[in-house]
Design a protein around this ligand. Structure first.
Ligand code: 2NL
Length: 340
């Protein structure tokens, strides 16, 4: 009897089925009424009393092992059957997986960051919701400056004033408040202005600002760094021109044009026959802004600049409507180089 149990146990352990039919044959052979186990249980009735307990438990183990084997194999067949049903055509082509592409604004931002990183600029980011001090007061905006007006700024709270930042200069203020010169950084990010939405203006856009504060920083340093940037961004033959301008936080301030990259400066419809295209604003950080950030303006000086990422992107890719950048239309987005 024990020999027989052992033999059948080995058979069951060694068994494997290639199909559901084979498994059913196995079940009939071992577990059906006329199967091998039934006949073993019949033999069991003749067994001596002192052996009943031990052999009984061996028999039960055997039955359980057979049942478990069947259950496991059954599960395996069911799983594979549901994955590949009889009516599944495995020769059909798979659904195409569309490869995404980098957003044009991200491409431009990365390019700007890369160009400045080569000359030692690192990147800092900060909050989009800001207090009055970091957006306006520290930056020398007088109390009655029009940019503080409800028309330009999205206020979240009045008294104390909390608003969506209108420029990333707020991050520069935070940096100057917490870090010691030399500071050589870029500040990319989204900014918000309460403007009527059109092809040329949106209620949010993106900026990269730059800041360099150290001893003996001069306007000549600013000009040379911006010339380097213009050549790297728009081509080696690019020339720059600085026109006097005004910002509350810089003195002197300037607007920078590059020679038109389509006509080379000769004049064409793109540059409105001037030969020049405006790309950014810049200037020497106003000493009072440095002092507001606890930097000694008698020891340190600095330059700053700011540009709109949408504007630079439009120049490079000739996007006609700024709203396309945030419409999520894949026909627009996939025209830019894919991520590989
Ligand atoms: C533009 C012009 C500019 C700055 C941004 C700046 C920041 C601090 C101090 C001084 Cl904390 N200046 N930023 C300076 C000049 C121009 O942006 O057209 N942006 C789109």
């Amino acid at each position: 009897m024990r020999e027989k149990i052992k033999e059948i146990k080995n058979e069951i352990e060694a068994f494997s089925a290639k199909s559901a039919e084979e498994l059913e044959q196995f079940r009939i052979k071992y577990l059906s009424k006329k199967g091998k186990l039934s006949s073993l249980f019949d033999d069991f009735k003749q067994i001596a009393n002192e052996e009943r307990k031990e052999v009984g438990s061996l028999l039960n183990d055997l039955k359980n092992a057979a049942q478990e084997k069947i259950n496991n194999l059954k599960q395996k067949f069911e799983a594979s059957q549901s994955a590949v049903g009889n009516d599944t055509d495995l020769t059909l082509p798979a659904d195409a997986v569309e490869i995404g592409s980098r957003h044009p604004l991200s491409i431009t931002r990365a390019k700007i960051v890369e160009i400045f990183s080569r000359i030692g600029f690192t990147v800092s980011e900060g909050p989009e919701i800001e207090d009055d001090w970091h957006i306006f007061t520290a930056l020398n905006f007088p109390e009655e400056h029009p940019a503080r007006d409800m028309q330009d700024t999205f206020f979240i709270h009045k008294n104390p004033d909390v608003a969506l930042r209108t420029h990333t200069s707020s991050v520069q203020v935070r940096t100057m408040e917490t870090e010691k010169p030399p500071i050589r950084k870029l500040f990319p990010g989204r900014v918000y202005r309460n403007e009527a939405i059109s092809a040329r203006a949106h209620c949010f856009f993106h900026q990269v600002e730059g800041l360099y504060v150290d001893k003996y920083v001069s306007f000549a340093d600013l000009r040379q760094v911006l010339l380097y940037f213009a050549k790297e961004m728009f081509g080696d033959g690019t020339r720059i021109r600085l026109r006097p301008s005004y910002f509350p936080f810089t003195e002197p301030s300037a607007e920078m044009d590059i020679s038109c990259f389509l006509c080379g400066g000769k004049g064409c419809p793109f540059c409105k026959h001037t030969g020049w295209v405006e790309i950014l604003g810049c200037g020497m950080v106003d000493p009072s802004v440095l002092e507001n950030c606890h930097i000694d303006s008698k020891v340190y000086s600095g330059y700053a600049f700011g540009m709109g990422i949408e504007r630079i992107t439009n120049l490079k890719y000739r996007v006609k409507d700024i709203r396309m950048f945030s419409e999520n239309d894949v026909r627009f987005l996939k025209q830019f180089s894919p991520v590989i």
